[in-house]
Design a protein around this ligand. Structure first.
Ligand SMILES: C[S@@+](CC[C@H](N)C(=O)[O-])C[C@H]1O[C@@H](n2cnc3c(N)ncnc32)[C@H](O)[C@@H]1O
Length: 186
């Protein structure tokens, strides 16, 4: 997983079976004005599979956690929606992605942001910290989804909201793909 996403931290281009980068963000229905205002590095490694911001509105001033934040495109969107009175926090398993997200958010001028390099099955946050948790194309990658959902529930405030986009299997994988680390990390 770390090896694949260390490469994606340089660029997602050609590494997925679905549109990524700017083309992917526009195809998934992100606000074109926010996409156009994003600097190119924010979009270069974007490999989300949906648009978590299409599920419910973000209230200005919210504290928002992005589980598996990648290079930070969704954190940038979250930062723009929550505004200077809010806070955005990312976690990602891959050091290269976490480093890229920090650089990208700084360059985008999102001041109220933090990024931790950590697996989302054990997150370094107190109980009841966040108003909103988002995630995009990540939960399917976790080997321990039950623990991950328990962690999300723990760090969300009572009444907080989880909005995530992910891929699901509709049928059993063929035998040659079922044990493939490459297929797992898609
Ligand atoms: C398909 S990419 C999506 C990245 C980002 N959400 C986006 O939309 O561009 C999956 C990301 O999840 C991270 N990841 C995989 N397993 C993880 C885990 N157990 N905990 C935290 N991050 C994880 C990878 O390092 C990678 O950055």
């Amino acid at each position: 997983m770390r090896s694949k996403y260390s490469e994606v931290a340089r660029s997602a281009s050609g590494k997925f079976a679905y549109p990524t980068g700017r083309e992917g963000a526009l195809a998934l229905g992100y606000d074109p004005a926010l996409v156009d205002a994003a600097h190119p590095e924010l979009l270069e490694s974007f490999c989300g599979v949906g648009n978590p911001f299409s599920l419910f509105p973000i209230e200005p001033g919210s504290s928002i956690l992005d589980v598996g934040c990648g290079a930070g495109f969704d954190l940038y969107i979250a930062g723009r929606l929550t505004g200077p009175g809010g806070k955005v926090q990312g976690v990602d398993l891959t050091e290269a992605m976490a480093a890229r997200a920090r650089e990208n958010l700084q360059k985008a001028g999102i001041a109220n942001a933090g990024v931790e390099q950590v697996g989302s099955e054990s997150m370094p946050f107190k109980d009841n910290t966040f108003d909103v948790v988002i995630s995009n194309g990540v939960i399917n990658l976790s080997p321990d989804k039950e623990t991950l959902f328990r962690e999300i529930n723990r760090v969300l405030k009572p009444g907080g909201r989880l909005g995530f986009a992910d891929v699901v299997l509709e049928q059993e994988l063929p035998q040659d793909m079922a044990g493939s680390a490459e297929a797992w990390s898609q």
